[in-house]
Design a protein around this ligand. Structure first.
Ligand code: F6R
Length: 595
């Protein structure tokens, strides 16, 4: 959570930093701030709220050749102006922005900073005062940064300005993402390449513990102990156009519409013209040797993992467990020898998943990360990576990344024992079915008006894989429309939760599997008899008169890929009708880099 940006070398820094922060708003958006070095002094502007609010308080004529900025998702202290970054030491010499969490901040306050009067509730302020003391002691910033890292415990990506060095921008990284962008006559830093993609496509990765010194002309990277590191840049495969909304009002709508193209792109990336897998032998060998698979993930990615279990057990006959990463790490189940781990993470930065990855690597197990972001932390720290090829997902609510995850999981599971399924053909059908669903947009808007314009509770129910889609449907609806929604195994409602059904409670049944169709319909009857306002999303071959949303059939194993699209649209329109901030729902952030 939180996004940081920095630039050194040319005028235009203020605009670059503010624009970069807007790009990073998906990482948090409860307050923001920038600091500009005018050559003599460092001027700080901070505001509660969005970058748009901050912009109103930064004078148009303000500019500099050195600046840093921050967009916040509060961890320590409420969202407020006083807690927003940048933070400064007592003398105003040092100014920093920070993404991460300092775990031993209380101990540092007690041991090193008992004489300091703090002006915020943040852990970040601890860093800047501590660094100030270390700098005063050694008189040398590199020495101070080396010592700082021996004291700090936790995650931190830092950008630091020293008022006495207007030609230098410092960066430090541990566990939180940070990239350095190499420009012409200017250099940059940011939590994500997207923040600098208009300026450069060439980036240096920083490893945990490393720090960097950026000037107008140069980037020097140092190890934790201060030795110079020789590092090449890499070229990011991102197009600045990926950031445009195109004809759509919201990124979420754009990303839902991109799904058919994403499915086709993944099929091309993972299957040859002859329908052979392109997945590396090393990955397939590791999977073939696995006696048990553990899939770990959070949120939407966890829901994708539930479908993934179905794929690995059906297509590859490998027993598979799916765990919520944040639970797994502190309450590990018995892990037999020969187990292999799969981490699913759109961002590749989720702290809960990373903590689990570190724990299982320490125990000697191998892991594969399935992620949308090449070079992300989970990708770098796992043994193997499979990319989603979904393009940047900017809306906080995940849509195309979920369907991309299911596609990559299906392609991987099928490749292990060459399961008899023509995935090229079946995924092409999925893409076409998705296109048809996108054309039903108006119908979804009417339904959302009918079911979700008022009221505070709703249910999605399903059996078999439809249950997993019901979980995802509920998450989508609640996170952007704030309607309290439960995804339920249809047969389980009557064991207690049916007590919540009142006159008009929306209950939507998902039906894509013949074997359970009648059972789910019976469960809908049961709630309807108690006043629920029911609807169905159903495969054409299973449709009956009175069904609400009828979609094209696809291969039953791939059903979740299409069943989820109507419920994404319903969530979108529910949020739209209720005037919610669709791309940036309250309290959330896209990249959850705190545990
Ligand atoms: C919901 C959503 C979240 C993420 C979760 C994990 O729409 O996007 O539930 O799925 O925070 O994030 P990743 O996949 O980046 O690990």
């Amino acid at each position: 959570m939180c996004g940081i940006v920095g630039m050194i070398g040319q005028l235009g820094t203020k605009d670059m930093v503010l624009k970069g922060l807007e790009t990073l708003e998906y990482r948090g958006y409860d307050s923001a701030g920038i600091a500009l070095h005018t050559g003599e002094e460092v001027v700080v502007y901070r505001e509660k709220g969005r970058i748009a609010d901050l912009k109103q308080h930064v004078p148009t004529q303000a500019d500099a050749t050195l600046g840093i900025g921050h967009t916040r998702w509060a961890t320590h202290g409420r969202p407020s102006k006083r807690n927003s970054h940048p933070h400064q030491d007592s003398t105003g010499r040092l100014t920093i922005v920070h993404n991460g969490v300092i775990e031993n901040e209380k101990q540092i306050r007690h041991e090193y900073l008992s004489d300091i009067t703090f002006v915020s509730d943040t852990d970040t302020e601890v860093i800047v005062h501590l660094l100030s003391k270390l700098l005063a002691k050694s008189g040398n910033m590199s020495a101070a940064l080396i010592e700082l890292q021996t004291i700090l415990h936790g995650s931190y990506a830092l950008a630091i300005i020293d008022r006495e060095q207007p030609e230098v921008l410092y960066a430090v990284k541990n566990k939180s993402p940070l990239l350095i962008g190499k420009g012409e006559g200017a250099n940059y830093l940011g939590s994500d390449a997207l923040a600098m993609i208009e300026q450069t496509k060439h980036f240096y990765e920083l490893n945990d513990g490393e720090f960097a010194l950026l000037t107008k002309q140069s980037v020097q990277i140092f190890s934790k102990t201060g030795s110079l590191v020789d590092r090449e840049t890499y070229e990011a495969q991102i197009d600045a156009n990926d950031l445009a909304k195109g004809p759509f009002k919201h990124y979420m709508m754009k990303e839902m519409h991109e799904q058919p193209a994403v499915i086709r792109r993944i099929t091309k990336a993972y299957l040859t013209d002859e329908n052979e897998t392109r997945i590396e032998d090393a990955i397939l060998t590791a999977l073939r040797q696995a006696k048990r698979l553990f899939i770990l993930a959070a949120g939407t990615s966890y829901h994708a993992g539930l479908v993934g279990k179905q794929y690995f057990e059906t297509m590859a006959q490998i027993p598979t467990e799916v765990h919520i990463a944040s639970e797994f790490v502190y309450n590990m189940p018995f892990i037999p020898e020969g187990s292999f781990f799969i981490f699913i993470s759109q961002s590749g930065e989720t702290a809960d998943s990373r903590a689990a990855l570190v724990a299982i690597r320490e125990r000697g197990f191998e892991a594969l990360t399935i992620t949308n972001v090449p070079g992300s932390t989970l990708s770098r720290e796992a043994n193997y990576t499979l990319l989603l090829h979904a393009g940047p997902e900017i809306a906080v609510a995940s849509t195309k990344a979920y369907t991309a995850q299911l596609t990559v999981l299906a392609l991987t599971a099928a490749a292990i024992k060459q399961y008899a399924i023509d995935l090229k053909l079946e995924l092409a059908r999925v893409a076409t079915a998705m296109e048809h669903i996108c054309e039903m947009s108006e119908q979804f808007e009417m339904l959302a008006q009918n079911y979700f314009a008022h009221g505070q509770h709703a249910f999605y129910i399903g059996r078999h894989v439809d249950y997993f889609v019901a979980l995802e449907a509920a998450l989508k609806l609640k996170e952007i429309s704030y309607i309290h929604t439960e995804g339920f195994a249809a047969g389980e409602l009557k064991h207690g939760t049916i007590a919540l059904i009142e006159e008009g409670t929306p209950v939507i049944g998902l039906i894509s599997q013949q074997a359970i169709a009648n059972h789910t319909r019976s469960n809908l009857q049961e709630v309807s008899a108690r006043g629920a306002h029911t609807a169905t999303v159903v495969f054409e071959s299973l449709a009956q008169s009175g069904d609400t949303i009828i979609i094209d059939d696809v291969h039953t194993l791939l059903a979740p890929l299409v069943m989820v699209v109507p419920v994404q649209f319903l969530a979108y329109y529910a949020a739209y009708i209720r005037d919610c901030d669709i791309d940036k729902p309250r309290n959330l952030a896209k990249s959850v880099t705190v545990e």
